[in-house]
Every structure is written in C-alpha cells, then in structure tokens.
Design a protein. Structure first.
Length: 186
C-alpha cells in the first residue's frame, strides 16, 4: 500500500475514533459552538454587516486555531510518547503519518466551517454567498488560510523542544495575535 493511501486510511481511522469518543468530539466541536454563542450574544441588534464580519472572523479563527494550536499539539504529543521516533524506522511511515494528520485536520476544519455557516444562518441571520463567484472566493480563501497556517503550525510543533515549554512560548502570542487582528470584532 502506498504511503498516501495508508495515510488516508489512518486519517479516516482517527476521525472514526473522534466520533466514538464524546470527549474528543466535544473538544473539536466546542470552538465553533462557543463562537456561535458569543457571536449571537454580541450581535443582538447589530447590523447585517457586523454579523457577516463576525461570522467571517469565526471561520478565520477556526482555521487559525486548528493550524497553529491543534497541529503543534499533535506533533508535541506524538514526539513525546515516541510515536514519531518509531515511525522513522518504517519505510514510508512518515509520509503516511503526515497524510493522516492532514486528512484529520482538513476534515475537522471543513466540519467546523460548515457548522459555523449553518449556525450563522440559523442563529445570526447571516447570509450565505449568493453567487458561484462568491462561493469560489470563500473556498479559495479557506484553502489559502489552511495552506498558510498548517505548515507554520507543523514547523512550530517540530521546532519547539517540549510540550510544556511550547505551551508557554506559543499559546499566549498566538491567542493575543488572534484577538488584536480583528478576528472577533472590527
């Protein structure tokens, strides 16, 4: 079996494990749900433009958090428990591992974005893109966001020495950057 096919199979297995574990499922779905709750509370009586901006910020922050927080956490955990070291001894295992993590992160981001869009319509009264051009713009912006932050998250996970040190080194600046960038409010 090729490393790519093996990685896709492993990514699907990891996704099934998340679906079977309520705690993991909650942790991945909590972020968009909490964001929708806060956005619903903050947008009470707001303009449609503010609602659209808040929804776009939710999509951006979801991509940002998965790429710069979740991906490094995977790498920290797998490096500390020896998974990555054991995989180095198996031909094709590292590409399969990276493919599996990519599949896992992409599916989680897409589910979170779909949940945000559906919740934005239902809770916030937001409008979905109305033309094919707007949908294509949404898709390429999401793809560009994923392509921009996931490799950076992987580099952070590979470069920082230990999970305990890494949490202190990168969580605070990443969170501050997300808040001051206008993600949650103009």
């Amino acid at each position: 079996m090729s490393p790519i096919r093996l990685g896709i199979a492993r990514g699907a297995l990891e996704l099934r494990q998340v679906l079977r574990n309520r705690k993991d499922l909650y942790s991945y779905l909590a972020t968009p749900l909490i964001f929708l709750g806060v956005a619903s509370w903050r947008s009470g009586g707001g303009t449609p433009e503010t609602t659209q901006l808040m929804l776009a910020g939710g999509v951006g922050s979801t991509i940002f958090m998965f790429g710069l927080i979740t991906v490094p956490q995977f790498l920290f955990g797998d490096r500390e428990d020896g998974t990555l070291l054991r995989l180095r001894g198996i031909p094709g295992a590292i590409p399969a591992y990276l493919t599996a993590k990519t599949v896992f992160v992409l599916v989680n981001i897409l589910v979170s974005v779909a949940l945000l869009l559906a919740g934005g319509i239902w809770l916030l009264g937001a409008d979905l893109p109305s033309s094919t051009d707007q949908w294509l713009t949404l898709v390429w912006v999401i793809a560009l966001g994923i392509a921009a932050v996931v490799p950076v998250g992987a580099a952070i996970g590979a470069l920082l020495p230990a999970a305990r040190e890494a949490l202190g080194l990168y969580m605070m600046p990443v969170t501050v950057l997300m808040f001051v960038s206008g993600t949650f409010s103009p």
